[in-house]
Design a protein around this ligand. Structure first.
Ligand code: ATP
Length: 357
């Protein structure tokens, strides 16, 4: 029995995760030996309004007894973003040392990219985001508030251990993919300490992965390459902030922010990993019932792969591809008219064989 902790959170996070759980329940019924028990947590902005914190202090400890965590998003307009982000998602990722954030990006069948003259095979990327330190170290401070010399400082922290482990993880992913090409993205011309260390460690580690081809890009140039020469890209490793930005672009180039999944992984499997769509609460569409749930389905695929349930993962991915290639039931952000509920039903029908033609 797999025990999954479900944390829908806020905004459209709740809408897409509810949908994902329904689809996973249908999958669990249609695949042999896939018993799943879901345990819902009400952590997030509503919890904050009642208790003054996004999740209880002992919450991270509690999550350790689960096989996996299925997460939506955190944030509502009336609470500052840094409180909701640090109080929930980052508290879990950092508390469980989920240091590798894996973000696959593909142009799914039937989906139209905003890029011109592009084919499905031209966007097939794997982004690896450092997920435990860097620009998200949380180190810094603020003083003299209210005066003209109000001062604020955020420290970007890179440790040799942190950089090495994420780069080794990225080399392993690159090695497992057919093209075996890894691009290191930095800004080592301007950030002349930490990012230069990223370059040096990359050169060192690449000696252990001579079968993997490598190149290096500055982050600004990488945005151009993603738009102008997408097929030249395979696997990419970057810092916490750089990869955050690049993967929003990547998601949009593959059709919409609503499609992209992510896994916050503990590659050593000391603790459960956490899976979520990459988008946030999307204040502009929350409560309207039109959120695209594909990112939450694809995140569930990653979760099943991580649990070693490869057949079930494949079945769910095929259902997603059937949904997108049919084009009849697409959400608004992908040019369709279907609501989250309608798409959920279609997915359940596909999985349970009712939709097969
Ligand atoms: P965060 O900083 O929390 O990651 P964000 O600033 O990146 O959030 P999002 O809420 O992720 O912003 O998404 C930006 C916009 O993309 C939304 O306002 C919404 O219009 C669109 N969008 C994101 N996800 C979806 C989705 N699942 N379905 C439809 N539209 C979406």
């Amino acid at each position: 029995m797999y025990k999954i902790a479900v944390i829908p959170g806020d905004g459209i996070g709740t809408e897409v995760i509810d949908s994902g759980v329904e689809v996973l329940k249908a999958l669990s019924k249609s695949v042999q030996n896939l018993p799943i028990e879901f345990h819902q947590f009400d952590w997030g902005a509503e919890y904050f309004k009642k208790h003054g914190v996004m999740m209880p202090d002992e919450g991270v400890e509690e999550l350790k007894s689960f096989n996996s965590i299925y997460f939506g998003s955190a944030g509502v307009p009336e609470i500052p973003d840094h409180i909701t982000l640090w109080g929930l998602r980052l508290k879990i990722c950092q508390g469980l040392d989920q240091y590798a954030n894996l973000r696959p990006v593909r142009l799914l069948p039937g989906i139209i990219s905003p890029l011109k003259n592009i084919e499905e095979k031209d966007i097939d990327w794997s982004f690896i985001r450092e997920n435990s330190e860097g620009e998200y170290s949380g180190i810094g401070g603020r003083s003299h508030r209210g005066y003209s010399h109000d001062t604020a400082m955020d420290v970007t922290l890179f440790t040799k251990q942190g950089v090495e482990r994420i780069q080794r993880f990225a080399f392993e992913i690159a090695r497992s993919r057919p093209r075996k090409l890894l691009t290191l993205v930095t800004k080592s011309n301007a950030q002349r300490h930490g990012m230069v260390m990223w370059d040096e460690i990359f050169d060192e580690i690449s000696q252990d992965y001579r079968d993997v081809n490598t190149d290096k890009m500055l982050v600004d140039a990488m945005t151009t390459r993603m738009v102008l020469d997408p097929k030249s890209i395979d696997t990419v490793v970057a810092s916490n902030l750089h990869a955050d930005i690049l993967t929003d672009l990547a998601a949009s180039l593959s059709g919409s922010m609503g499609i992209a999944p992510t896994g916050n992984l503990d590659p050593e499997k000391r603790h459960p990993s956490m899976f979520e769509p990459i988008h946030g609460s999307a204040f502009d569409i929350m409560g309207k019932g039109i959120a695209n749930p594909i990112g939450s389905y694809w995140s569930a695929v990653m979760m099943l792969e991580n649990l070693g349930e490869l057949k079930a993962a494949q079945k769910l991915m095929s259902a997603i591809e059937k949904l997108t290639s049919d084009k009849k039931y697409l959400p608004k952000d992908l040019g369709g008219k279907s609501t989250t509920k309608q798409i959920t039903k279609v997915m359940i029908d596909i999985i349970s064989g009712k939709n097969s033609k």
